[in-house]
Design a protein around this ligand. Sequence first.
Ligand SMILES: Nc1nc2c(ncn2[C@@H]2O[C@H](COP(=O)(O)OP(=O)(O)O)[C@@H](O)[C@H]2O)c(=O)[nH]1
Ligand SMILES: [Mg+2]
Length: 444
Amino acid sequence: MFEDLSQRFEAIFHKLRGRGKLTEDNVAEAVRDVKRALLEADVNFRVVKKFTATVQEKALGSEVLQSVTPGQQFVKIVHDELAQLMGGNARPLKLHTNRTNVFVLAGLQGSGKTTACSKLALHFRKQGHQPLLVAADVHRAAAIDQLETLGKSLNIPVYSERGTGAVEIVKNALVHARTEGSSLVIIDTAGRLHIDTDMMNELKEICSVAKPDEILFVADAMTGQDAVNVANQFYQEIHFTGSILTKMDGDARGGAALSILDVTGVPLQFVGVGEKPDALEVFHPERMSSRILGMGDIVSLVERAQETFDVEKSRKLEKKIRKNIFTLQDFLEQLRQIKKMGPIGDLLAMIPGVGQAVKDQEIDNSALNKIEAIICSMTNGERERPQIIDGNRKRRIASGSGTTVQEVNKLLKQFDSMKLMMKRMNKIAGKRGHAAALRSLSSF
Ligand SMILES: Nc1nc2c(ncn2[C@@H]2O[C@H](COP(=O)(O)OP(=O)(O)O)[C@@H](O)[C@H]2O)c(=O)[nH]1
Ligand SMILES: [Mg+2]
């Protein structure tokens, strides 16, 4: 699902990651790339236009956090907008517990309605409901057989009649549901290859009789842009309340998913990801957005950084860096800030691109722990003025921290070169350099 789009975004973010700062130029370039990626993924061009305009505006107006790179900030903006585009905080369907729920499924022929009916029945039965499937597609005899077969294989009751009109069947089915104590009635309806008036009229009649809690529009993701047009027409006729996008397991580029909501204003509730009855996923805009952007979860990373990064402390630190009086004690505090953000493996996995690389690898905090232990074994004087640490002191620190003299040496050397780098940055870049120095510190 959305693999192509994921790859495109990955490349865009990779480009930005190397930049020190978001500028009008590199934002404009990234936004252009985003636009291209979305269009190629089959997202409706009006939707793309609106989307990229918002992203651009937010990227240029945003306060870039000191603790995260601007590239990540951009990713977060794209992520939030993408989630918004796909339904924002739309909640998954909830059923009433005190009465029978009624769903009507509608859509073109072959879109996956009948399959989706059985998937939904299975999905809600797992949550303790007693579903009843209703075969109201009377225009093809095989349609009734299909639903009956599916019902039988899942052990879910199917209401059907042969030789009766669809509306009549629905009326009878509702009575049947009441006597059987079904808690969820799922009505399968007839589709056509193209929208026609007869189909719409029958559908409208079914809806007026069934008074459904949800009218779910079923769209085939493989039809791309067309799915959006069809959705729009259906919406004007029957005002469906949610949609199901099927065949997302195929090589559909998925743009339809990103557009249906925007065009109709109706949330996407479920995604079909296979022919089997359990191949149904509840659609979460937020999570889908993370998945598309190929980021474990950059949003929580930024949020966690926001939570734990002490602004006051970082301001003091910046002053020290500027005056070049940054000590091992400051370094230790910085290290602890980073550690507070969570296990280092988690952090890495949240960074786009890194996620895949470290997925199955064990990454622990031992490197950070070692550095912390070494600094903790130093006296305050040593932390302030590491140049006094001679051979004797090194041996003491090593044994105190359970490390070796080599490891103490390595840390001192790294610290030296870090200070040297900060000094250079101070000289070269003036104010801009401090932010860069802070960042390089975080990646030490
Ligand atoms: N790969 C895949 N195939 C699906 C999915 N949903 C439905 N199908 C297939 O699409 C075809 C049409 O489905 P059907 O439910 O009969 O569509 P209907 O005419 O709208 O009732 C069938 O061959 C289904 O097995 C899906 O999510 N993934
Ligand atoms: Mg069907």
